[in-house]
Design a protein around this ligand. Structure first.
Ligand SMILES: [Mg+2]
Length: 445
């Protein structure tokens, strides 16, 4: 007879064997184990394999021999069906002996554990917890794991996302709420000097997204107005006003007007000089390039000036850019800005506008910034990342990155370093930019 329509196998009451192999990795181990198992009528329920520093851990969950009717097994049921004890059939003893002798011949350790059914289903409430450490210590790892457990969460899987420029590890957690985890892990992050991001699991993590970044001290290392101030000999005055504004002590709009007024009379040719002075943050090119490859849209919003952000947009291939515009009359800066002011509310508004233009729900947006005027968009976005931010911003954001590499944001999105480097390798990119970015608009050297 022909086979009946396929019904997904349920292993709920089926005796199963967990076969675990550990030892020095070399080619052929996986094939060898399954070759050995193929001599018995078993079905593969689950497989996990990983290699750490040359040691392989291979786990295969298979049905006990004869536990299910399989091709070539005729009756399909051994004596003792219905015992449900998992203390298997005659075939099971033979399988154990065969696997152990194969493992011994390969110099591997084998462990075989009887049981019933598949893995326990993961609990509801699933999150990805990304930890960035430089270095990642055993004590901070212990504290994070204990904190996850204390919230009622279960760690289902742990794997390394990156070893460079920081150690990044992802914990897949179930059984507790994302917000609960965020709150409790934020305390551990602060205590142990690591960065921890918690995001909800789900399809939206893979969906096309929009990343919107602040510019000054986020995408670039500089505060653009201070670069202008250097040409107007008013650096000290401007720096002081900037610092107070970023600490939230001054209204941003007033401070913007006050600082721009100090630039009055400056020759407009200074704009070109400032463009060349701008230093991208380490990892900025890698971040943008990788996001674009993933099909993300990327934008910047800046309390600085379109004279610089427009150049950044072209240079980095950004989809969106918005900032204030320095007014120029007769080849001189007038000390005023034109158009709508991009302040805290302006940035939040622009995030929403870019999201709507990009066709991306706000929940799927990521905002990155360092200043008080970024807080609105950091909180409005699906994920707000405080990047080397002032304490007031760090404490209010969803998550904080305190290492000076912008590409570490990729790890928060679940992208591994290996994926970044493989993509760069196949595209022939060689401008790994973790230390020292080329100046904006300056020739590569
Ligand atoms: Mg900033």
């Amino acid at each position: 007879m022909t086979t009946s329509p396929a019904i997904p196998p349920s292993y709920a009451d089926t005796p199963t064997l967990l076969v675990k192999i550990f030892g020095k990795d070399r080619p052929g181990i996986t094939a060898g184990l399954f070759d050995t198992l193929a001599a018995f009528t078993v079905e593969v329920v689950d497989i996990e394999q990983l290699v750490t520093r040359g040691r392989i851990t291979l786990c295969a969950l298979v049905t006990s021999p004869g536990a299910r009717p399989g091709p070539g097994s005729g009756s399909g049921r051994d004596a003792g069906s219905g015992s449900g004890s998992g203390q298997g059939s005659a075939g099971e003893g033979e399988l154990r002996a065969t696997v152990h002798s194969w493992a011994e011949s390969m110099g591997l350790e084998a462990e075989i554990i009887s049981g019933v059914g598949d893995n326990r289903p993961r609990g509801t409430g699933r999150s990805h917890v990304t930890v960035l450490g430089q270095p990642l210590t055993a004590s901070s790892t212990a504290a994070i794991a204990a904190s996850i457990t204390a919230t009622g969460g279960n760690i289902d899987r742990i794997f390394r996302l990156a070893k460079y420029p920081v150690t990044a590890v992802e914990f897949d957690v179930s059984g507790t709420g994302t917000q609960t985890l965020r709150t409790s892990l934020a305390l551990e992050a602060a205590k142990h000097g690591v960065d921890i991001a918690v995001v909800a699991s789900g399809l939206q993590r893979r969906a096309q997204r929009l990343v919107v970044m602040d510019v000054d001290s986020t995408l670039i290392q500089d505060e653009v107005i201070e670069l202008f101030a250097a040409y107007a000999d008013c650096e000290a005055e401007v720096a002081e006003v900037t610092a107070r504004a970023m600490r939230g002590e001054l209204d941003f709009e007033q401070s913007l007007h006050a600082r721009v007024a100090l630039l009055k009379g400056l020759d407009a040719s200074v704009v070109d000089k400032v463009r060349k002075d701008v230093r991208l943050t380490p990892g900025a090119r890698t971040l943008v390039r990788t996001l674009k490859r993933l099909g993300y849209q990327v934008g910047v919003v800046s309390g600085g000036f379109t004279q610089i952000t427009d150049a950044l947009k072209v240079e980095l291939g950004l989809d969106f850019a918005a900032a204030n515009t320095l007014e120029v009359v007769d080849g001189k800066l007038t000390g005023r800005v034109t158009g709508d002011i991009v302040d805290r509310e302006g940035k939040t508004r622009l995030l929403r506008r870019f999201a709507s233009e990009a066709g991306v729900p706000l929940l799927q947006t990521v905002a990155i910034g360092d200043g008080a005027n970024d807080l609105g968009m950091l909180n409005a976005a699906g994920l707000g990342v405080a990047f080397n931010a002032k304490p007031v911003v760090r404490e209010a954001a969803h998550t904080a990155v305190n290492v000076p590499f912008l590409d570490t944001v990729l790890y928060l999105l679940g992208v591994t370093r290996e994926e970044v480097e493989t993509a760069d390798g196949s595209a022939g990119d060689d401008d790994h930019d973790a230390d020292g970015e080329r100046l904006l608009g300056a020739p590569a050297s």
